[in-house]
Design a protein around this ligand. Structure first.
Ligand SMILES: [Zn+2]
Length: 328
């Protein structure tokens, strides 16, 4: 095939697409489909996390775009440039789209990778292959990504388990009952605590919130120990409402809240949400100062009637979440 530019030229574009994926917190893989006259018919970068889709590999996205751009499924006049050796699924897509040539940067870790294995069999025998183009650059991106990921994991002690089963709901409700009765007597009357736990934090109430009101609850676990729980809700305006964040008394002051906020920020970035907001009781001075220290700003206040002559007299706080992750 006669390309207008050399392989390094096209691979450098694929590396740029991989970098783009990395900025979104994705494993850095980029791909492009180039027609024999040098026309770039499709581009793709890994979007698996963002799209929450196992099929959203860079190669599939680039092939999909190329088919639409060129108006046909047969890409027999095209080459695919990709920073990482194609996986089994993408090798299948390459085979099915009749791509004539594959150029990749770094090999798959599980050497030989799926593509190399298929190539050495008979399936991809007509596909031309060039491996190792700009391998160093592709590898360097990968290493940077996984180094950052490893250091984040090492720091993390907490496991976030989404509450889904009846048993998990019972666990969350038991935690709520324990923590609320221990924590709130300095802020609310005993009667109001009982009322609020029953109305908002009983197993029945949590189930209703999860099934019908768009809430997600997470248990916070350190090893096998239950440390606390948190509840969130996506609001239609692109914000995340942090409804609950409670840590058991003997687990406070151990940095768990920081981990929860990192988890929530990551959650916002992965789901395209721009801010976290919450309400806090005006008399809960400890919480107010904690949120202010974490960069939350007061955006309002209000009194909500919660029935039975009880009210919630709250400040509203908000934290803006930057969309790009630092460093990677
Ligand atoms: Zn793939």
């Amino acid at each position: 095939m006669n390309f207008l530019k050399n392989d390094e030229y096209y691979m450098s574009i694929a590396v740029g697409l991989a970098e783009e994926a990395m900025l979104r917190g994705e494993v850095p893989v980029g791909a492009l489909v180039v027609r024999s006259d040098g026309f770039i018919a499709g581009r793709g970068s890994n979007r698996r996390q963002q799209d929450r889709n196992a099929l959203a590999h860079a190669e599939v996205i680039a092939i999909d775009e190329a088919c639409r751009t060129l108006g046909g499924w047969r890409l027999s006049e095209c080459a695919l440039y990709v920073t990482l050796e194609p996986c089994l699924m993408c090798s299948g897509a390459i085979l099915n789209s009749r791509i004539k040539r594959v150029v990749f940067g770094m090999s798959d870790d599980s050497s030989p990778g799926a593509f190399t294995r298929l190539k050495s069999g008979s399936l991809l025998r007509r596909t031309e292959v060039t491996a190792g183009v700009m391998e160093r650059e592709c590898k360097e991106l990968f290493e940077r990504f996984f180094k950052k990921l490893r250091s984040e994991r090492k720091m993390s002690k907490l496991n976030f388990t989404e509450v889904k089963t009846e048993a998990q709901i019972e666990t969350a409700a038991a935690l709520a009952d324990e923590i609320w009765h221990e924590f709130f007597p300095s802020v609310l009357s005993a009667e109001q605590i009982d009322y609020m736990v029953e109305r908002f934090q009983s197993a029945r109430a949590m189930k209703e919130q999860i099934n019908s009101e768009g809430y997600k609850y997470f248990l916070l676990l350190n090893g096998g120990t239950r440390v606390g729980y948190t509840a969130i809700r996506h609001d239609g305006d692109g914000r995340l409402f942090l409804s609950k964040l409670y840590v058991k008394k003997d687990s406070r002051g151990k940095g768990y809240a920081t981990e929860v906020f990192e988890f929530l920020k990551r959650y916002c970035r992965e789901n395209g949400l721009k801010a976290i907001w919450l309400t806090v009781n005006k008399h809960n001075d400890t919480a107010v100062s904690v949120y202010e220290k974490r960069g939350f700003r007061k955006i309002g206040e209000g009194v909500t009637d919660i029935g039975k002559d009880f009210v919630m007299d709250d400040f509203y706080f908000q934290l803006d979440v930057e969309q790009e992750r630092d460093g990677i």
